[in-house]
Design a protein around this ligand. Structure first.
Ligand code: GDP
Length: 456
């Protein structure tokens, strides 16, 4: 393990709270603790993994606060180094004063994500797990939280490492053949080598395919709710976000500007926008709203076309339905007000692949949730317990690995000397290494950790 200087930061959010935690990590941890903390009992502060009550003192010897110190001796700590957590009362100035005392006692302020970066550098977690930890802190939906937990436990890293190990074994077989062509090494035949490479390629492609689900959960789907006035768009928006965010009235033209937030339908994360009802209007403000709604529809990945299913469509609604047939994104025709019974002629929607009936007002939107989950996730995949690709960087690396394996197999098929397959297989190997972090460039690591907060 490398020895780094000793860092410290406030690890709880800025602002007033019941308690705050200041974290210290590094070689000098105990020496620094002894300068800023005086235990009240007989036990020394460096008694590992036991809370020690005492006084926190400043550089001038004045007591700043009373609090608890929990010390974790290397290597059994988050970073793998000597780590201490000082819990004090959660006043903003108080917490900063405690941190100031720790810095005056010899620690350096930690940079963003530096504790986690050290954990990775010290082998306490792989890159995929560190990225998952970042995602866990950012998680805004239950799906994102479950996916991040699975990632932290190393499901994806394990699956990728298994591919790495398997390919390494195949490669050493190929190298043996290349280096000692005349020896009977009892190694695989070319036929067996091909089959083995193909098997790794198929497993790689299957792992990459989990990004379909991972993307819908972690990145989310840009979604627009549109439709005629009074169809129930704002009611549906509120039902999805789970609170009264959009104004619902039976006065046509209430929603004039676009309102947006991130919400979940089942496990799928939606970047959801409610738009002005689409109609011809003379109202200048509403006109702008309608133009914005039009533009949002063209940019959306998923368009929820909300229609009042309890009555026959008028001319304006029919024109809107025609318009929606020509958009790029996936359109779901949502026949709302199911509780009132329906008079909506189904043939009008014959061109739409996806039609659901719901009642936004009663909150019964499960047919819509199920459809969206079916469209954007693989329902056989358990995002908490299976290996799932959770970001575009991991996906790109796996795609590169699969392409390199294709090229290795093609070289074998073309009868080109085995060295060519080796070159391609090596490329695949380094792409696997990028996912679990063993072969990732420093710039990428720096970029990933710069997105963490200080104290993490
Ligand atoms: P928007 O103009 O499309 O956003 O429509 P709103 O969400 O403002 O709803 C218009 C009216 O329809 C309001 O009076 C809602 O209470 C009512 N409404 C919305 N959804 C339903 C539903 O599922 N069933 C019934 N019966 N009324 C609904």
């Amino acid at each position: 393990m490398k020895v780094y200087d000793t860092i410290a930061a406030i690890s709880t959010p800025r602002g007033k709270g019941g308690i705050a935690v200041i974290r210290i990590s590094g070689e000098e941890c105990v020496a620094i603790l002894k300068r800023v903390f005086v235990p009240c009992g007989k036990d020394p502060v460096e008694y590992a993994r036991r809370a020690c009550f005492g006084h926190i003192v400043g550089p001038d010897g004045d007591v700043i606060d009373e609090g608890l110190v929990t010390y974790f001796a290397t290597p059994h700590s988050f970073t793998g180094e000597n780590v201490a957590e000082i819990s004090c009362h959660g006043g903003v100035l108080l917490t900063e004063t405690v941190l100031g005392a720790v810095l005056a006692a010899g620690a350096r302020p930690a940079t963003a994500g530096e504790f986690t970066a050290r954990a990775m550098l010290n082998g306490k977690m792989g890159l995929a797990s560190a990225e998952a930890l970042g995602a866990l802190l950012e998680a805004g939906t239950k799906g994102q939280m479950l996916l991040a937990r699975g990632g932290m436990e190393g499901k994806l890293a394990d699956a990728t490492s298994a591919l790495y190990e398997r390919l390494t074994a195949i490669l050493s077989d190929i190298y043996a053949k290349v280096d000692f062509p005349d020896e009977d090494l009892n190694s695989m035949s070319e036929q067996e080598l091909r089959a083995a490479l193909l098997e790794v390629r198929e497993r790689t492609a299957a792992l990459a395919a989990t990004w379909h689900t991972g993307r819908a959960v972690s990145d989310g789907v840009r979604t627009v709710i549109c439709g005629p006035v009074n169809a129930g768009k704002s009611t549906l928006y509120n039902a999805i976000v789970g609170r009264d965010a959009a104004i619902v009235t039976d006065i046509a033209g209430t929603t004039r500007d676009i309102i947006s937030e991130t919400a979940a339908l089942g496990q799928v994360t939606l970047h959801l926008s409610d738009t002005a009802g689409l109609r011809d209007t003379e109202d200048a403000v509403e006109k702008i709203g309608v133009a914005r709604a039009d533009a949002a529809i063209d940019e959306a990945e998923l368009v929820l076309l909300v229609l009042d299913g309890s009555k026959a469509p008028d001319g304006g609604t029919r024109a809107l339905i025609e318009r929606l047939k020509r958009v790029q994104g996936t359109v779901v025709a949502v026949l709302n007000k199911e509780d009132r019974g329906g008079d909506f002629p189904s043939e009008v929607l014959a061109d739409f692949a996806h039609v659901v009936k719901i009642s936004a007002k009663t909150g019964d939107i499960s047919p819509l949730s199920s459809l969206v989950e079916r469209l954007y996730t693989d329902e056989t995949l358990d995002i908490r317990n299976d290996a799932v690709v959770a970001n575009a960087r991991q996906f790109a690396a796996l795609v590169r690995a699969a392409e390199a394996l294709d090229a290795a197999i093609a070289a074998l098929d073309a009868g080109i000397p085995l060295d060519a397959s080796c070159v391609e297989a090596e490329l695949a190997l380094s792409a696997f290494g990028e996912v679990d972090g063993r072969a990732v460039g420093e710039d990428i690591v720096a970029n990933i950790f710069s997105r963490f907060c200080v104290g993490k």
